[in-house]
Design a protein around this ligand. Structure first.
Ligand SMILES: NC(=O)c1ccc[n+]([C@@H]2O[C@H](COP(=O)([O-])OP(=O)(O)OC[C@H]3O[C@@H](n4cnc5c(N)ncnc54)[C@H](O)[C@@H]3O)[C@@H](O)[C@H]2O)c1
Length: 365
């Protein structure tokens, strides 16, 4: 069988690579979407210096887990004030990058509810206009800089939307580990675990192939070794760089496979139980590993390259790894009863991401 891997993002990785923004936006009007703490860290000023007069709009009130209730105002302000810009530069974690992905998709009347109605229909669409996106992640986690997806939340209605169009692939990803030096310990852990979850989900996935496996296995090996060290040494530039690269590899892997069951479970845990995304999509990894094991010989071989031949030992290793980062691994630890957990699992396996899981085959039939 022929394997295919496709990722159209022009990807640059390196310490200080944010300076490339000057060349990458030559002669263009630029809007900047950046995380709220960036101004106090001197990062807004640094980017203003790099971009100079090209910078026509700065949006910095980005919410963690961008919610449609707040996005509406930001979207309409963006199209009103910066509708004529060529490029949006997103500097931040997944929340800033996903916010920027929503902003760049222009509706006919510049009205956010038109976009929401298109998303709610679940159909693909071609937007009437779209901006070019340059994504510079400041967390080592989501991989959003190399994927077309944006997760938009609707807490009031306990829903989430997935935006993904041809034009929501970033044009350029600039991965500069120097920007990650200020990430606090809790966010370093939760985002690092999000990346681990991306890589594992890319393996126990109907869409996996040897090319996506190459990225996923390398990411998992790096994260298992590096994240606990980084947790104890947050100011270490080498460890920051290794985690940035690991998260990029994980992002590349799932950019072609999409996520699977652990992410499908996570949406409910974030919406109903308020768990940060990275914890919500990783606390079940030992459980999901057990559900994946023995389903498909090729997938087992890939998992065993990392974890060895015994499932019990593999699950124990993953559990011990998560516990070492103070992440609890049972539903009950998050106040979810056994019956509720079973219901979440059943619903998750039937969700769009759950159907990518190799253990969902029985549920599909
Ligand atoms: N599009 C995708 O493919 C994809 C994949 C996974 C997750 N996501 C989405 O990404 C979001 C989560 O992103 P995240 O985990 O990167 O967290 P985040 O972007 O919400 O950031 C977490 C916190 O850290 C702060 N922060 C970010 N960078 C910092 C830095 N360098 N220094 C100090 N503080 C910093 C942020 O302001 C925020 O308060 C969720 O909405 C999730 O659904 C998207």
């Amino acid at each position: 069988m022929t394997s295919r891997f496709h990722n159209p993002v022009d990807t640059r990785f390196g310490w200080g690579s944010i300076e490339l923004l000057a060349d990458l936006t030559e002669g263009q009007k630029v809007a900047l979407v950046i995380f709220p703490e960036a101004r106090a860290l001197g990062l807004v000023e640094r980017i203003q210096t790099i971009l100079g007069e090209r910078l026509v709009c700065v949006i910095e009130d980005v919410q963690p887990n961008p919610d449609v209730a707040q996005l509406r105002g930001t979207y309409e302000r963006f199209w009103r004030e910066a509708g004529d810009c060529h490029t949006v530069v997103a500097v931040g974690g997944g929340s800033a990058i996903d916010t920027a992905k929503a902003l760049i998709v222009g509706t006919e009347g510049g009205c956010f509810d038109e976009l929401l109605a298109l998303l709610a229909s679940g159909e693909s669409f071609v937007p009437s206009r779209c901006k070019r996106l340059i994504a510079a992640p400041t967390t080592a986690g989501t991989g959003s800089e190399v994927t077309p997806w944006a997760t938009l939340w609707d807490a009031d209605n306990q829903k989430k939307y997935s935006l993904h169009l041809d034009c929501t692939w970033p044009t350029v990803a600039l991965i500069d580990p120097q920007l990650m030096m200020t990430v606090p310990a809790s966010v370093t852990v939760s985002t690092g675990l999000d990346a681990l979850s991306h890589a594992l989900e890319a393996i126990w996935n109907h869409n996996a192939n040897p090319i996506s496996d190459t990225f996923a296995v390398a990411a998992i090996e790096d994260i298992l070794e590096c994240l606990p060290q980084l947790h104890n040494d947050l100011a270490n530039p080498e460890l920051r760089s290794r985690m940035a690269l690991a998260a990029l590899k994980a992002g590349m892997a799932f950019s072609n496979t999409k996520t699977a069951l652990a992410h499908s479970i996570s949406y409910e845990m974030t919406l109903r139980h308020g768990l940060p995304h990275g914890i919500a999509c990783s606390f079940t990894l030992p459980l999901v590993l057990g559900l994946a094991w023995g389903r498909d010989a090729t997938r087992d071989r890939t998992l065993q390259r990392i974890f060895g031949p015994e499932l019990d030992a593999a699950q124990a290793r993953l559990r011990a790894f998560l516990h070492s980062l103070a992440v609890k691994t049972e539903f009950a630890d998050y106040g979810v009863t056994t019956d509720e957990a079973q219901a979440i699992l059943e619903a998750a396996i039937h969700g769009a991401r759950g159907q990518n899981f190799i253990g969902s085959t029985a549920a599909r039939a």
